[in-house]
Write a protein of this length. Structure first.
Ligand code: SF4
Lengths: 618, 336
């Protein structure tokens, strides 16, 4: 990587190499921590580190400045070996004010580095953070390596030439802190300087001030004599290609847009605002030029109905929500099952029940997704494993929905939705085509005459002459689709709907094992737990343990070989962010004595938690 | 399939092969017959019609129409219709609902569909009772009405569906009655031709659970008034009475003795102030005749027109789409 000529070149402080680092930037919502974090991420990605990130916003929209609920943070995990989670614990906490310190200190291990902006530790701010004494002075931080820096003062000094008012200059202090962290971890300033130039184009004074703050922070690292070492993280061995950073919600948006293009069929997304799914609505609303129609509906039920109506009319109909919304959509999803229309439901799960913890993650809608409707109403259920996988899973959802004329529920979650990782951009030509078929010969057309292989019924759309027909929620007669109350017909149709979904198992990949095919312990996971569990299993194997890991992206139907795989191990452990929903399914379906590891604190698994559990089990 | 089938359509083309299963004497038959009679004259090919219904006696309607049809779930027809119309604005989408389906369980969707001015027709069959569930009071049942679920009389105040539609900023709001088939056909045709939400309340007699609900209105000469655009509102035997608007309120006046048609309220369907349509829609016995006809008909851009316009503009601004380029938008970097 070529260094910028603008960058100071002195190298008096020794540099040490490390494999992986976790930094958490924390401050008041107004301190620009999300921006700081994403700039650090981008720069790290550009120089070839592997990365994974997780932002944490306050639940309150405008919490009072300096208060505990007003703290906003951004965690980044970067390294030279494969990084699959945003990191168990921060190695470095950057705390821009007392509230940020108070909120995040409990997450730190002993000896972690804590970098504080001492200027913010005023009596007033300490009071807002409910500190009775100043933690910087009362010895309560003895377990940590505290680095005290008057960031506001140093930033103001660096910008004293600027004509901007003091208040505006102070707002540059996050760039000063970023510059310091760039020095500490040996990153180039150029990507951020480029960003500043582009972002503040036309506002030269602000651009200059931010750039100067960034450089001043960097120089301070070199000459400030606060640090005795700085660190280098080598490039990861990453597959060559063009990358961009995506969050799970970004990737769902792109996946939906791609599906529309791959299917050559317009997409209609209907949704009611709900955390943490609203970003999918915001994202898709920006793709009108691709023909994407977004409808912000009056409620959750309407969103499902609108998506279903769009599917009936021949669009890719899709709705998105979070748990409470999925509960409301149940009846309409039942209608989708009965009318066998290709509608997709995205559930960005959050901690429940009821309103629960809207900004915290959980995987507790699995059984709701599978069974949460009246009657026997099978649907296909999929779950992405990582933020970037949300792209592929969205395409897979539409592929299955239109091929089999069946509703598909996608279970993402808040952790995947907001978390981000680098994504190697696929080439459009390599993506699967989505084959959309509408019947064109009205002779012999019957709305419920099925394809013998897929059991899909024909997708005859309004506006096509000769196919006028009626569908609805009352049981359909086999083939003709007429209203039918005959007992034998209901038995047949119920079985057909079930067989159709079960048959999809022939059209999905078999489950793959990471690690040995037989052994002492199998870890079985689905959804966002993939990263932490995969890493833990890898570590356990490195320690000589016989641990396999199977991760499911298809939850209904399960891959054909799952039962056989499960029987290859002494013990089966199912780590989930719920109280045991996949375990419940596995036990009843395969009669396997699976155990659970169940974390429902609103937080994702940490690698070492899983590792400890593996040790306990073997 | 010939392209110009619409030119030769007749009533029979809209009759499906399904046996109609309403009770003999039900008002629904007349509404079905008038709809089947009117549609061939509109000039839209049959395959472009979609009838969407919820749950209730009225909601069997789509099965009897030889068009596309979707019998959805209780109260939710407007949502499915919204999806259909937004996905394909070229379709003529008709929602068939009832007083329970549309105003009770589906009240929220009805409000928002009308407010958006989505280009759909809404036929609300008002029989002031739940028929399919065998006789409970509905949101339009009179206070005190005795039903199986209100043996001592209902303690719910009713809503006037057309007032609801006017208040929701409906661009076309009308009322008809099943027994006056000619007038009903006229209203249906007007609705069919309206661009934007066309809301039609149809008084519909349920012979089983609420027989004669509208007799008090229909049996008296001065029980109803037919609204005619641009004309003073007169009614009664020999057109001897009229509606006057005085100090912002409506009143019934007898013509003669110095009161002439010039003193009466002249009905204007495109009156900018929807308040007058609201007042007319709210007229009821005793004291007032019930108004039949079109309360309000104004043109404003429909929901789907605005959606399409945004798509057109976005396409114009951003040009043709290429998936590879689209994925590479935003901050990308290359690893070599
Ligand atoms: S119950 Fe009433 S509304 Fe229903 S079909 Fe019979 S007469 Fe008609």
């Amino acid at each position: 990587m070529e260094r910028s000529t603008e960058q100071p070149k002195t190298r008096s402080v020794p540099i040490e190499e490390v494999e992986q680092v976790v930094i958490r930037f924390a401050g008041d919502s107004g301190d620009g921590m999300q921006l700081t974090g994403s700039q650090f991420t981008h720069t790290s990605a550009v120089i070839g580190n592997d990365i994974s990130t997780l932002p944490d916003y306050p639940a309150e929209i405008r919490a009072p400045a300096g208060s505990l609920p007003g703290v906003s943070s951004f965690q980044i995990h970067f390294g030279s070996t494969d990084v699959q989670t945003p990191g168990d614990q921060p190695d470095v906490l950057v705390a821009m004010n007392p509230a940020a310190l108070k909120v995040h200190l409990p997450d730190l291990s002993r000896n972690a580095r804590v970098l504080v902006n001492t200027d913010a530790f005023t009596p007033q701010n300490l009071k807002k953070a409910l500190y009775e004494s100043n933690p910087l002075e009362d010895g309560s931080l003895a377990d940590f390596q505290v680095v005290k820096i008057p960031i506001t003062t140093l930033n103001a000094r660096a910008l004293k030439e600027s004509a901007l008012p003091k208040k505006q200059l102070d707002r540059c202090k996050n760039f000063w802190a970023l510059g310091l962290l760039y020095w500490l971890y040996d990153r180039p300033l150029e990507p951020t300087l480029d960003w500043i130039r582009a972002h503040f184009a036309g506002r030269a004074e602000i651009a200059e001030a931010n750039a100067a703050a960034l450089k001043a922070g960097f120089v301070y690292g070199e000459v400030g004599e606060v640090f005795t070492t700085h660190y280098k993280v080598r490039k990861a061995s990453i597959e060559p290609g063009v990358y961009r950073k995506v969050s799970g919600n970004d990737a769902l948006v792109l996946g939906c847009v791609a599906a529309s293009l791959l299917a050559d069929t317009p997409l209609l997304y209907a949704s009611y605002p709900i955390t943490p799914a609203s970003d999918v609505l915001h994202g898709l609303a920006r793709y009108k030029h691709v023909g994407v129609r977004t409808v912000q509906s009056e409620d959750e039920i309407a969103a499902m109905g609108i998506a279903l109506g769009a599917a009936y009319a021949g669009n890719l109909g899709v709705t998105g929500t979070s748990g409470p919304g999925l509960a409301l959509k149940g009846e309409m999803l039942g209608l989708a099952v009965m009318t066998e229309l290709p509608v997709v439901v995205l559930d960005i799960q959050r901690a429940g029940p009821s309103t629960g913890l809207p900004t915290k993650t959980e995987q507790s809608d699995l059984l709701l997704g599978l069974f949460g409707r009246s009657g026997d109403s099978p649907v296909v259920v999929l779950a992405p494993a990582t933020p970037a996988d949300c792209f592929a899973i969205a395409i897979e959802a539409f592929r299955i929905a239109v091929k089999y004329m069946v509703p598909v529920v996608v279970l993402s979650d808040g952790y995947l939705g907001n978390g981000a990782e680098p994504w190697k951009l696929p080439r459009a030509a390599d993506l699967p085509k989505i084959d959309v078929r509408h019947p064109n010969d009205p002779k012999g057309f019957l709305p419920y005459l099925r394809d013998p292989t897929t059991l899909a019924r024909p997708w005859a759309i309004p506006g096509t002459p000769g196919f006028e027909h009626r569908i609805g929620g009352i049981e359909k007669a086999d083939k003709s689709g007429n209203v039918n109350y005959d007992p034998a017909n209901h038995q047949l149709m119920t079985e057909l709907r079930l067989r159709k979904v079960e048959g999809i198992a022939d059209d999905i990949p078999e489950a793959a094992v990471e690690g040995p095919l037989r052994g002492d312990l199998l870890l079985l996971t689905w959804g966002s737990t993939y990263g932490a569990v995969s890493q833990a299993a890898k570590k356990a194997r490195a320690m000589g343990r016989s641990v396999g890991h199977v991760h499911l992206r298809h939850l209904n139907p399960f891959p054909r070989n799952l039962g056989d795989l499960l029987r290859g191990y002494e013990k089966v452990l199912v780590p989930e962010n719920n109280t045991g929903q996949l375990r419940f399914l596995i036990r009843s379906r395969y009669l396997v004595d699976a155990s659970g590891m169940n974390k429902v604190s609103g937080q994702p698994f940490k690698i070492r938690e899983v590792l400890a559990k593996i040790e306990e089990f073997i | 399939m010939s392209e110009d089938r619409s030119a030769v359509l007749s009533r029979k083309d809209f009759v499906s092969d399904q046996e109609v299963r309403w009770c003999p004497g039900c008002g629904d038959y007349s509404i079905l017959a008038q709809t089947q009679k009117v549609l061939p004259s509109i000039g839209i090919p049959r395959e472009k019609y979609v009838f969407v219904s919820g749950i209730g006696c009225s909601s069997r309607f789509p099965y009897y129409m030889n068009t596309y049809g979707f019998h959805t779930i209780h109260g939710r027809a407007p949502t499915v219709a919204t999806g259909i119309k937004t996905a394909n604005p070229e379709l003529s989408v008709w929602i068939v609902t009832g007083d329970g389906d549309g105003l009770s369980i589906g009240g929220n969707h009805l409000l928002h569909t009308i407010r958006r001015n989505l280009g759909v027709k809404i036929l609300l069959f008002n029989n002031r009772i739940y028929g399919l569930t065998k006789g409970q009071y509905s949101p339009t049942s009179e206070l005190g009405m005795r039903t199986r679920s209100s043996p001592m009389g209902s303690v719910d105040y009713p809503v006037h569906p057309c007032c609801f539609a006017v208040a929701a900023e409906g661009t076309f709001v009308a009322r008809a009655i099943d027994s006056d088939t000619k007038h009903l056909a006229m209203v249906l045709e007007r609705a069919a031709r309206h661009e934007g939400t066309a809301f039609v309340e149809i008084y519909q007699n349920c012979v089983i659970f609420n027989d004669g609900a509208f007799d008090s209105v229909t049996e008296r000469d001065d029980g109803t008034v037919h609204l005619v655009d641009g004309e003073p509102i007169v009614f009664g035997t020999n057109r001897g009475k009229g509606i006057r608007r005085k100090d912002g309120a409506l009143e019934v006046v007898t013509l003669g003795n110095g009161v002439g048609e010039k003193d009466l309220l002249v009905h204007r369907e495109d009156e900018p102030d929807p308040g007058i349509a609201f007042q007319l829609a709210r007229m009821d016995a005793p004291g007032f005749p019930v108004a039949l006809g079109v309360f309000r008909s104004v043109r404003r851009p429909t929901y789907e027109e605005m959606v399409e316009e945004q798509i057109r503009r976005a396409r114009e601004e951003k040009g043709p789409v290429d998936l590879d380029a689209l994925l590479r938008e935003g901050e990308c970097w290359e690893i070599k």
